[in-house]
Design a protein around this ligand. Structure first.
Ligand code: MN
Length: 202
């Protein structure tokens, strides 16, 4: 079995003006596509050919670096695309909102702490909201690592929200202004999908 580039559930221009169409097109059709191609090449003839991408991440210490980098790249971007969508300023509701209040101190504190994790990640990486031992937790990881990976020490759990802070994710529109890209992210989170992932993870 080989992995495939997932289709986006919206058009490349669906997230404008917050994330521009050209960035989305290059990010999906070039960057993510390369992770999929390189992952498939890296797992030929190994037991990873029969595993899901989540299963590969959970035992990533068994595999060489190309599987870690490209497998992480495939998992992370697939999650990222799924949780994006124009939200018109809406906040989460239901059990997810209750958990944000109980575990993280509310929506304002979530944004403050997540923005800090995303802003202070030096170089390339990701910021995460994940479920660890039943509780929400914010963290960041370098490169294409993620909280599923057994080699990751920053956090270990199920990611439900992800922000790519590699320069390729924002440089065309925001140049070096990563904080502006991070601020805009809150306008393009599909909270229904994040809630669905939260309820599946607890
Ligand atoms: Mn990326």
């Amino acid at each position: 079995m080989s992995f495939e580039l997932p289709k986006l559930p919206y058009d490349y221009n669906a997230l404008e003006p917050h994330i521009d169409a050209r960035t989305m097109e290059i990010h999906h059709s070039k960057h993510h596509n390369a992770y999929v191609t390189n992952l498939n090449a890296a797992i030929v003839g190994t037991d990873a050919e029969n595993l899901s991408i989540e299963e590969i991440c959970k035992q990533i210490s068994k595999y060489p670096m190309p599987v870690r980098n490209n497998g992480g790249g495939h998992y992370n971007h697939s999650l990222f695309w799924s949780i994006l969508g124009i939200n018109n300023g809406a906040n989460p509701t239901g059990k997810l909102m209750d958990a944000i209040n109980a575990d993280l101190g509310g929506m304002d504190k979530l944004k403050e702490d997540f923005n800090k994790a995303a802003t202070t990640r030096f170089g390339s990486g990701w910021a995460w909201l994940c479920v660890e031992n039943g509780k929400l937790k914010i963290c960041s990881t370098p490169n294409q690592d993620n909280p599923l990976m057994d080699v990751v020490t920053e956090c270990n759990g199920t990611p439900i929200l992800a922000l790519d802070v590699w320069e390729h994710a924002y440089y065309l529109n925001y140049q070096n202004r990563r904080p502006d890209y991070i601020t805009s992210f809150w306008n393009v989170i599909n909270w229904d999908e994040v809630s669905r992932r939260y309820e599946a993870a607890i």
